[in-house]
Ligand binder design. Structure first.
Ligand SMILES: *Cc1c(COP(=O)(O)O)cnc(C)c1O
Length: 372
């Protein structure tokens, strides 16, 4: 029995003593929110770090998703994936948009572009895709469909912080991308998020919308919301940025260790990254084929838990299985065969900066040895 608990993730926290001077400065400035000094600095710093042009900070990723749809006036039906965190589809629901689920492809578990066209109706206005586990969607195929049918493309890029393909930020594809800076993500601002868009006018509109719709003191351009990031979080984010590369390097080492030990285990499938992609290693997902491995995902999940190792069934259940969405015709299991199998087989193993490689080896060997 392993005494010390190993959690599936653990937040990246910069040294406290380095954060205190930021707090002292904020106290001096007496400017706590509403596009303050640190807010502006963080927007600039993130644009530079990520290699994007226009970025708007948010209080969390979900409000960024909801506001992105508002900003582009998306209505009617939106084609999306059931294999994501619930916030993806909830953002459609909060906008009165009907989600239309399309199955995922088996390699990366991202929305399958080949199945999108069949789901398009006269009411379809956009495609909302997710770069699951930070592996980029087939952005070229998705854009081609969007161009043909006149649809907008929004990427839930909550897992794709720092991800590049052929050295180009993956956030530069589609009309908008959304990031989450929640405590559990590769890069965090405790809670937080961002919208990345492609032009200055749109950034302006997004900035109005996240501040009640105010364009100036007396002009309200739309029924906006309050989704502003405050100065304490922005300062935290600036400091965090100094430590994120080292954190990603640790995540990479953990990933390589898991891959090394688990690569040839019959019935255990790994999701490898594309050679063109520079990754940030946000999760370590494995798929457990019960017939071949001999044990079910549920068994492995529980057996690890008994040994004080917390893995996560992420994503399970599918979004299409939750009561709000279950009644939609696109939620039918036979419309989503690959996503349904993945939800039954998926298990994300512990990965975070600070997790020792000896623990990684111990966990991976438990899986090799069928949790003996
Ligand atoms: C974390 C996450 C979100 C939600 O972000 P919050 O900042 O927690 O609101 C949305 N989509 C995906 C895919 C996520 O992983």
């Amino acid at each position: 029995m392993n005494q010390k608990q190993i959690t599936v993730t653990s937040p990246l926290l910069p040294p406290l003593d380095e954060f205190l001077p930021y707090l002292e400065d904020i106290w001096k400035r007496k400017w706590l929110t509403n596009n303050g000094h640190y807010h502006q600095m963080l927007e600039d710093a993130l644009c530079e770090y990520l290699g994007v042009k226009y970025l708007s900070l948010f209080s969390n990723g979900t409000l960024a998703l909801i506001t992105a749809l508002q900003a582009m006036r998306i209505t009617g039906e939106v084609i999306t994936t059931p294999y994501s965190f619930v916030a993806t589809t909830h953002s459609l629901w909060w906008n009165g948009i009907k989600p239309v689920f399309v199955d995922v492809e088996p390699k990366y578990l991202n929305i399958d572009p080949q199945k999108i066209e069949a789901a398009i109706t006269p009411k379809t206005t956009a495609i909302m895709a997710v770069h699951v586990y930070g592996n980029p969607c087939d952005v070229d195929a998705i854009q081609k469909i969007a161009d043909t049918y006149g649809l907008k493309v929004i990427y839930d890029a909550a897992h794709a912080f720092g991800v590049r393909r052929d050295n180009e930020s993956i956030l530069n594809f589609g009309d908008m991308s959304i990031l989450s800076f929640h405590a559990t993500k590769v890069y965090n601002t405790i809670e937080g998020g961002a919208i990345i868009c492609q032009d200055e006018k749109m950034k302006k509109r997004i900035d109005y919308l996240k501040n009640f719709g105010f364009a100036d003191e007396t002009t309200v351009v739309a029924p906006g919301i309050n989704a502003k990031m405050n100065e304490l979080q922005a300062a935290f984010g600036l400091l965090e940025l100094k430590y994120v590369d080292a954190a990603i390097a640790e995540r990479k080492a953990i990933t390589k260790e898991y891959q090394e030990i688990l690569q040839n285990v019959p019935g255990v499938k790994l999701i490898y990254e594309d050679e063109r992609v520079q990754h940030a290693y946000p999760y370590f997902p494995i798929l457990i084929h019960e017939d071949e491995y001999g044990l079910s995902r549920e068994f492995v999940y529980s057996a690890l838990k008994e040994r004080n190792i917390l893995s996560r069934r992420y994503f399970y259940p599918l979004i299409s299985e939750f009561p709000t969405y279950k009644g939609l015709s696109s939620s039918a299991v036979d419309n989503l065969p690959i996503a349904n199998i993945a939800a039954k087989e998926i298990l994300c193993l512990p990965i975070y900066p600070g997790l020792g490689l000896d623990d990684v080896r111990m966990i991976a060997n438990l899986i090799v040895d069928k949790i003996q």
